[in-house]
Design a protein around this ligand. Sequence first.
Ligand code: ADP
Ligand code: MG
Length: 327
Amino acid sequence: MASLRLFSTNHQSLLLPSSLSHNPLTSSSPRFVKNPIRRSPIRSVLQFNRKPELAGEKPRIVVITSGKGGVGKTTTTANVGLSLARYGFSVVAIDADLGLRNLDLLLGLENRVNYTCVEVINGDCRLDQALVRDKRWSNFELLCISKPRSKLPMGFGGKALEWLVDALKTRPEGSPDFIIIDCPAGIDAGFITAITPANEAILVTTPDITALRDADRVTGLLECDGIRDIKMIVNRVRTDMIKGEDMMSVLDVQEMLGLSLLGAIPEDSEVIRSTNRGFPLVLNKPPTLAGLAFEQAAWRLVEQDSMKAVMVEEEPKKRGFFSFFGG
Ligand code: ADP
Ligand code: MG
């Protein structure tokens, strides 16, 4: 048997004020749930009592991108975004995926999106009317670029998104701490629009060769656009497949892409369950391993930290998955 340990380069314990450790609203009844609470011995980092220290200038404008579709960008945006809000930071998440908008669904906010950026730009509504405030965490707001299945109007590009981001910065209540942008798949106009206002990026990839090729291409494009701070999240990691040498290890992925690691998220059926409930994983109590991994990735994002993780094998003579996460 092997045990998995994840180490952050920052060895301080993950602590938060006790006032942040309780959210009475997480017990609200989500959609389609028979038994919302899955018993597990895992404990959330939110139970501790230190808040992560915000590194870098506010607002941090982070694009969550991948190249390949279906690797977990929207899942990451929802879970990292809500973790940041739970740490006490104000967050605006922008769904820049046009025809395939689904961040609102993951967050359970789909019935509350009345206006989008397109209406704001056209002058049909105010910016605050297009911002949907999460009822569970009021310091988290969602902004959608356009209605589902609609095409981006001519003239709506990077400059328009930059204008909206500037408007968010100069709101009367002050600039948010984080603006996170859920990028569409591909490298066409929607991608260019989404990355334009960003000054840092989280590249989400799965440990498979097609996702890696796209991720590598996207890294080059981000660098060309002047985004130098690029960290990666490796999603849907399966230790059983890595053990059987059927899946690349996170260390392999890191060596291939040459990026610092923000988090490694295990494959977890609870992700799909939480997607269907519109109740992001990090709000589960007690959290699952994947939820914890997202919380910790958010912590590292705040502190501009990165992680180094190793697979600790209890039968050291066997080769194979020592390099699972890399030492
Ligand atoms: P993208 O935004 O990159 O297209 P999504 O976040 O929509 O990808 O995720 C695609 C699918 O993969 C969703 O059904 C989601 O529930 C599932 N998924 C994402 N991450 C995981 C994970 N760690 N474990 C299991 N399923 C996952
Ligand atoms: Mg998506």
